[in-house]
Design a protein around this ligand. Sequence first.
Ligand SMILES: Nc1ncnc2c1ncn2[C@@H]1O[C@H](COP(=O)(O)OP(=O)(O)OP(=O)(O)O)[C@@H](O)[C@H]1O
Ligand SMILES: [Mg+2]
Length: 532
Amino acid sequence: MNTGSSVNRQPKNSAAKGTEAQEVEALYRIAQLVGSALDLEKALTEVLRVLHDTLRMERATLVLADETTTRLAIRASYGLSPEEAKRGVYGLGEGIIGKIFQSVSPFVVPDISREPLFLNRTGARARFSKGEISFIGVPVVLLQEPVGVLTVDRLFGPEISFEEDIRFLTVVVTLIAQFLNLHHAIRRRQAHLIEENRFLKAELHNRYSRHNIIGQSKVMQEVFRMIDKVAPTRATVLLLGESGTGKELVARAVHLASPRMDGPFIKINCAALPETLLESELLGHEKGAFTGAVAPKKGRFELADGGTLFLDEIGELPLALQSKLLRVLQEKQFERLGGTKTIKVDVRVIAATNRILVDSVTQGTFRADLFYRLNVVPLVLPPLRERREDIPLLIDHFLRESNKTNKRQVRLSREVLEFLSDYEWPGNVRELQNLIERLVIMADDDCMRMEDLPAYMVAEPEYAQEETTPPCIPLLAPQRSLALKDLERAEVEAALRRNGWIQARAARELGITQRQIGYRLKKYGLRPPDMG
Ligand SMILES: Nc1ncnc2c1ncn2[C@@H]1O[C@H](COP(=O)(O)OP(=O)(O)OP(=O)(O)O)[C@@H](O)[C@H]1O
Ligand SMILES: [Mg+2]
């Protein structure tokens, strides 16, 4: 043991028994703090408080080496103001604390006024006359390496035994070292879990959000598999699905996953232009081809050379243009309007429609030969209501995006989530995306509740219709709806009775959703018999 001037100025005094009891109490209280090792600084501060409370040590500090072991900084203290604690940063060999750390042995300064090594960096001791204070420091050792120093100030008196104090403080630092050990182990485990979590999230994201398309449902997984399969080829893809199901998104994904990804992705909406304009947009024109054609212009086929041409709403293509398109697709060459030069292009075609194209073929509004030419790889995007398991994922995705854009933290209540999972989504993913964006923008606080949903979503469409029955048949309408309501009430009640009043089962039998049956129960005041 080092001592500043003299060791053991006093032999162990008669009050030793009392001190021992206090020490045991202190150790007992410190040991109880082990469980709080998660919050290290708080636990260590508590340890130092115990030292003060039970042994009347005036001030205590614990300095620990930082991670690079270049500096020692106060990590916990008792009796120091926050400013004083902040000042306590030491070089590794600096002052007494640095010395204790480097020599890995305790140090006692019986009277700090006579110790030149004393830096008093924190300035805390200015409040006392230096002559009253002795200082004891012991190293904290973990796995045979010094990791810090515990120091205490005592107002000294005749009863003090430095040896006894050092022996006791050495036990305390052993406990502190165990704290640190446990804390580091928890930290490592936590870091490992955080890393694992990050990895799993990325995996999940990859699996359920390929090509920026979200979907964990079986059908969407199949869509991803098809994209991977067709992307490397030049095959024409026909995307079928209701409005808002993600046809354009998939078309872009096919392009981006194809060897043409660096080439252009050109889109043309076949429903947006009149026939003549559409033809010149597709094939281009030469100067003077028609009134207004003041300069030659490349068509979309030419612009898409080396890339992908996306023919959106192909079902709306006029019959006359259908045959022209078929020729281009088959021969991969064409002439601009008013031109004679044959232009060859290397274009991959992806077409999309929300029409049932086979029906159009049967009705004679879509050429069968063009249909077969386009239908090489059909890809059907199912409506959202048929893949409800994707709804929570999509909500999470759009919520994240909208929150980020609008710098908000909006969350949806469980009730809203359940409602949205059950909703019919006639506008599919687009409707969901727009709704979330609107909710985030309009949100007054950060939790969205049922009352924040737009009225059209919450209203029951059938009854809304009844209420807006045209006024020209005022007498008939109420009677008719009354009769219907009676019928419906009886139907619902019967189904509930047959299914032991289990709403989910009755709903399934009636072919309606749980939300819808819930609504009807409320509307007709239906209750299981035992509830009156
Ligand atoms: N699975 C999905 N994951 C993420 N976003 C999606 C998904 N499906 C659709 N979207 C988004 O929904 C919106 C509508 O999609 P898209 O324009 O591709 O639909 P569409 O089928 O082409 O509709 P329409 O027939 O009306 O043109 C877009 O903003 C798109 O990014
Ligand atoms: Mg579209």
